[in-house]
Design a protein around this ligand. Structure first.
Ligand SMILES: Nc1ncnc2c1ncn2[C@@H]1O[C@H](COP(=O)(O)OP(=O)(O)OP(=O)(O)O)[C@@H](O)[C@H]1O
Length: 331
């Protein structure tokens, strides 16, 4: 199917929840050398809120964002370890998206500072951040859906002159850049199994393929750190495994990954470190298994919506389980 002979059609399964059993999810975990090294390094870090990391790529301090009288984000201190997959989780309204938007230059804080690669970046624009190596994924807008997959990739290239004066005046120079960008785009599309779709409209892709394209676009800037906004949302379960594999591959290629996600199951299997937010604050952080046993995390999720599945019960501390059962009986 190509852009020339097809019309845009809605993506499939965009609202389907992720429902994969733990065994399937566990099977997606890649036992790479990098994964082992990261786990080993983080095993030496005390799982407590605000703890210093051995090699932080991002450090945020005293970040506050208020909307009227409501404080949506109030983070004392957070460090993100270089080369690891960090998940930012929490119940609805916890402040994850607001914090993510602040870190990626899409919103301005009332107060706070943060640095990336040792440089202050609070109040730096998203475009500037991308040029310095921190990039976030975007949901495909309506306009981008009407472009082909390859055109989407080329637009994401940092030196894309587009239709500006430079492009018009320096065509020969631009065509060299365009050739390089096209080669790079095709290489990345190949990696995400999207090369065959390069001439399809982005709007014709399934929910999962769109998420892959969002990641592929971000890689056009050769980032050191990639920030993913709910990478599993709206993805057909059949594609979740492949998506998780791609996220791990980014880490194994040396990138730092930070993602916002609701789904506890998936988070637990692929994250090296989990940060939990509730009511604007970070209430726990640590390796996935220890975080799941943390009372503050259980309280945060139960307080928000009682039917939340925290994942594999066998990982929960017996005392926590007993308490959950007692609370269940009371209801
Ligand atoms: N632009 C805004 N104006 C007013 N209040 C806002 C705004 N953006 C977010 N909020 C509020 O800030 C709080 C945190 O919202 P946020 O979207 O960051 O939470 P979240 O953890 O991402 O939740 P979800 O998982 O439901 O997306 C919520 O109470 C929300 O209503």
């Amino acid at each position: 199917m190509s852009a020339e002979n097809t019309t845009e059609k809605p993506a499939e399964n965009t609202t389907e929840p992720v429902e994969l059993d733990d065994e399937t999810l566990a099977a997606t975990v890649v036992d790479s050398e990098t994964a082992r090294q990261v786990t080993e390094t983080l095993a030496g870090v005390e799982p407590k809120v605000g703890v210093a990391k051995p090699d932080p790529i991002l450090r945020a301090t005293g970040v506050q964002r208020r909307f009227g009288g409501m404080t949506a984000v109030d983070v004392d201190h957070l460090e993100v370890q270089r080369g690891a997959i960090t998940a930012l989780i929490g119940p609805n309204g916890a402040g994850k998206t607001t914090f993510f938007n602040l870190l990626t230059g899409f919103d301005k804080p009332n107060q706070g500072t943060w640095e990336f690669e040792g440089k202050q970046i609070a109040r730096t624009s998203a475009a500037k951040l991308a040029r310095s190596g921190m990039v976030r994924t975007f949901q495909l807008t309506k306009a981008l859906s009407r472009l082909t997959v390859l055109q989407n990739m080329l637009l994401a290239a940092p030196d894309n002159p587009g239709e500006n004066l430079f492009g018009a005046l320096f065509r020969p120079l631009w065509s060299g850049v365009e050739k390089r960008n096209t080669e790079k785009a095709l290489e990345i599309l190949e990696r995400f199994n999207l090369a065959q779709k390069k001439d399809d409209f982005a709007g014709s892709l399934s929910g999962g393929q769109r998420k892959l394209l969002e990641m592929a676009r971000a890689l056009m800037t050769d980032p050191a750190m990639i920030m993913l906004d709910e990478p599993m949302a709206g993805v057909n379960p059949a594609l979740v495994q492949s998506l998780l594999g791609h996220i791990q591959a980014l880490r194994d290629d040396g990138m730092t990954v930070l993602f916002v996600e609701h789904d506890m199951h998936a988070v637990r299997h692929i994250s090296d470190w989990v940060v939990v937010m509730a009511e604007g604050r970070i209430v726990a952080e640590g390796p996935p298994t220890s975080v799941m046993q943390d009372q503050a995390v259980v309280d945060a999720y139960l307080g928000a919506h009682h039917d939340t599945d925290l994942g594999d019960d066998s990982l929960l501390d017996p005392a926590v389980l007993a308490r959950l059962e007692a609370e269940e009986e009371k209801r």
